[in-house]
Design a protein around this ligand. Structure first.
Ligand SMILES: Cc1ncc(COP(=O)(O)O)c(C=O)c1O
Length: 404
């Protein structure tokens, strides 16, 4: 297949639409789906080449698939990574990436504001393997230096956090981690970039080692697929690929195709979500029945200055599509508002073109004690809004009637 050399300085949208192959010949515009579990060998020489470690021999879809590989290459380009690896869900990506770093006896330092699934994985699953997580003060990244021990192997964090939209200073986390590490003890930094997504935050620019992201959300963008990605350098991704093979959380070829299709409109969608979220946040901030609006783009957000640097400084020049509000009257009022909305859908996910709302104490943060909810900053009257791409006046009118 004839290729023209690919200039890496192309824009995010161009990379998402064309990948690394600016084809110079006739062929399908769209990506073929290799819906197959296994691959025909030309003859047994192929099997022998595979047994000698030749990576070009296709064998079995749990190891590799051309449709999935194309999407991985495209994601790596978009995320400015050497390599990316696709999984069947965000949690498959997160668990495999974490388990490729830590072993029994090791420690992780994290932030208390985490996606509930990740937090419960840290709380309930990792200790069974004698892997323990300590929590730093997200507003004082230098607390990493107090918490680090010779067993620390990983600093794992999220920003903005789910669902409170707290902002963690990425550069400060990287700097503190570098100071805590020694020549004999490497400590890796890993960020969950799901909430901001690649358009609104480029953690590699701040020296983060590994990005994990649930592609179920903004990258997929249509609430119709589950996927996750791990991005980093070649050596790291090769270690994660070993986990992928044995834990088996692979990306299905058809899902990979759906994601490929979504990437073509990623920038358009997320830019509109940035605009809608900012407009809706400003509107809700003035509403008498809303006691608090958490959105990193608002000046009232306690870490707005950091968000301005590390989010609005990225390609999208925005603050993402997630807005969290607190309504007067606690969980009963939150339930009432969610049930009255007509355009926004009462559903748990985020990042799709349709606006979704959920109540964190009944969704992402179930199965947590009052103390844990307190540490995560989650209150009963919170409603998390994943702002879609609908007409902004329809969204404002919908929230106005539901709050009324
Ligand atoms: C911030 C964040 N990270 C990770 C995940 C997990 O992704 P998935 O549901 O694709 O496994 C979620 C899911 O809601 C999330 O919100």
């Amino acid at each position: 297949m004839k290729k023209t050399p690919f200039p890496r300085q192309l824009s995010l949208a161009t990379k998402a639409i064309h990948g690394s192959k600016l084809y110079a010949y006739k062929g399908p515009v769209s990506l073929p789906i290799y819906q197959t579990s296994t691959y025909r060998f030309d003859d047994s020489n192929d099997a022998m080449r595979y047994s000698h470690g030749d990576p070009d021999v296709l064998v079995y879809t749990r190891y590799h698939n051309p449709t999935t590989s194309e999407v991985e290459e495209r994601l790596a380009l978009m995320m400015n990574a050497e390599k990316a690896l696709l999984f069947g869900s965000g949690m498959a990506a997160i668990s495999s990436a974490v388990l490729s770093v830590v072993k029994a006896g090791d420690e992780i330092i994290s932030t208390p504001g985490l996606y509930g699934g990740t937090y419960r994985f840290f709380r309930d699953i990792l200790p069974r393997y004698d892997i323990h997580v300590k929590y730093m003060d997200p507003l004082r990244p230098e607390s990493i230096l107090d918490l680090a021990s010779p067993r620390t192997k990983l600093v794992y964090f999220e920003t903005p956090t789910n669902p409170t939209l707290g902002i963690v200073d990425i550069a400060a986390v990287v700097a503190a981690t570098e100071r805590a590490a020694t020549r004999r003890q490497r400590i890796l930094t890993m960020i969950d970039n799901t909430f901001a997504s690649t358009l609104n935050q480029n953690p590699f620019a701040y020296g983060v080692d590994v990005i994990v992201e649930s592609c179920t959300k903004y990258l997929g963008g249509h609430s119709d697929l589950l996927a996750g990605v791990v991005a980093g350098n070649r050596t790291f991704i090769s270690g994660v690929h070993t986990q992928l093979k044995y834990y088996g959380g692979i990306a299905d070829p058809f899902m990979s195709y759906l994601l490929y299709r979504s990437l073509k409109t990623f920038e358009l969608r997320v830019q509109r979500q940035n605009e809608n979220a900012m407009a809706l946040a400003k509107f809700l901030e003035k509403h008498a029945k809303v006691s608090r609006v958490l959105y990193p783009g608002l000046r009232s957000h306690p870490q707005h200055t950091i968000a301005k640097r590390q989010m609005a400084g990225a390609v999208g020049n925005g603050y993402g599509g997630m807005v969290t509000i607190e309504v007067n009257g606690g969980v009963k009022a939150a339930v009432k508002v969610c049930d009255k909305l007509k355009v926004a859908i009462n559903a748990m996910s985020l990042g799709g073109v349709e606006t979704l709302v959920s109540i964190p104490v009944y969704s992402s943060h179930v199965n947590m004690t009052d103390d844990e909810l307190d540490r995560h900053g989650v209150t009963p009257g919170m409603i998390r809004i994943s702002v879609g791409v609908e007409g902004i006046d329809d969204l404002k009118n919908d929230f106005a009637q539901a709050l009324r």
